[in-house]
Write a protein that binds this ligand. Sequence first.
Ligand code: ZN
Length: 406
Amino acid sequence: MTQEWVTKVIDEIAQFGKRDCGIYREAFSEADDKARNYIIELMKQVGLKVRTDEIGNIIGRLEVGDNKAPAVVTGSHLDTVPGGSKYDGVIGVVGGLAAILRLKERKVTQPLELIVFAAEESSRFMFATMGSKAMIGRSNINSWRKAKDKNDISFVEVMSSRGLDINNIDKAARSKDAIKAFVELHIEQGNTLVSKPAAIGIVDVVAAPTRLKITVDGLANYSGTTPMNIRRDALVSASMIVLAIQEIALEQSYYGTVATVGALKVHPGAINVIPGQVEMWVDIRGVNHSSIIECLQEIKDAVSTVAEGQDTSMSIEMLSSEKPVEMDKEVAKIIENVCDSKGLSYVQMNSGAGHDAMNMAFLAPTGMIFIPSYNDISHCADEYATPNDIETGIQVLTETLFQLAK
Ligand SMILES: [Zn+2]
């Protein structure tokens, strides 16, 4: 599977969900389905055995060597954020497939698997890496049952429209015996590699997102006749929270912690009605666990202060709270040796963004390989990786998988 083949497949996948500005393959959307079906067909064509599990993860298996042996696994995702690029996730899927096929002719004793994880991005249901969470048996089923997208379509409905039953999600969990190691190839979502410069990033720690939903309840009333001094405006209170969160995160930024309010729903959302309720979603990330905990505590304090001062009641729902996840030292060492043997420059680095690898680390020794991202931008149409850098990443992935599977 040549570099040209890889470029062609990445370009073809980019057609699914293509918009005027960037790509939108929302998890479980028609565009996502088209990309998924495309890759399923491709995997079958090149000789992989393909199955889909109870949450929609696609698992392609190349049965080589001892088929009962634990598999050496790679993979990533195909869903995107709105206005996403053609590289985030896709490089790990297409590059993973290319790597597995390049190993077909070599002496490999373990089966090889490519996984396309379902719903990695959280932009639809506000939950990230749902597919890999289900695979490690840590699905957040009670919250997922309540999850709805912006069009009020529930996760349960979306599942059943695909012939999947949320009650069966537990069955997607795999045992530790089934997987020997997991390695994910991904474009860096930052500019460390370009600015060093280095060809490869070997990930040390993946920052896990901590997520909250804050609901602010005020009183909806007619904007024309309600005097300013008796208003209980939920959006005014929510705005104070947004500013407080920015302050708090700035203080914690020394530890690399960041916090963002990325989504707000204002009810009833009319120009002539005082907002009666605001739902807001907060995303906190970092690699320093105690800094994240401190950040969280300060946000809770700010919420109660604003609630009291503004006479608007507020509630906080924790959507996810996970510790930063360390990648496996031995897998990292293998990647390092592969880079050395190829004369490639590399750096050890942390990943500020979450990835399926952070979940897979609970099942098997896990590593992540980053390649440079140009334009210093991520989750955006302008994100760019050069074909040569992608090829280098695939070569490192191939050799790493070989070392693990030989
Ligand atoms: Zn990604």
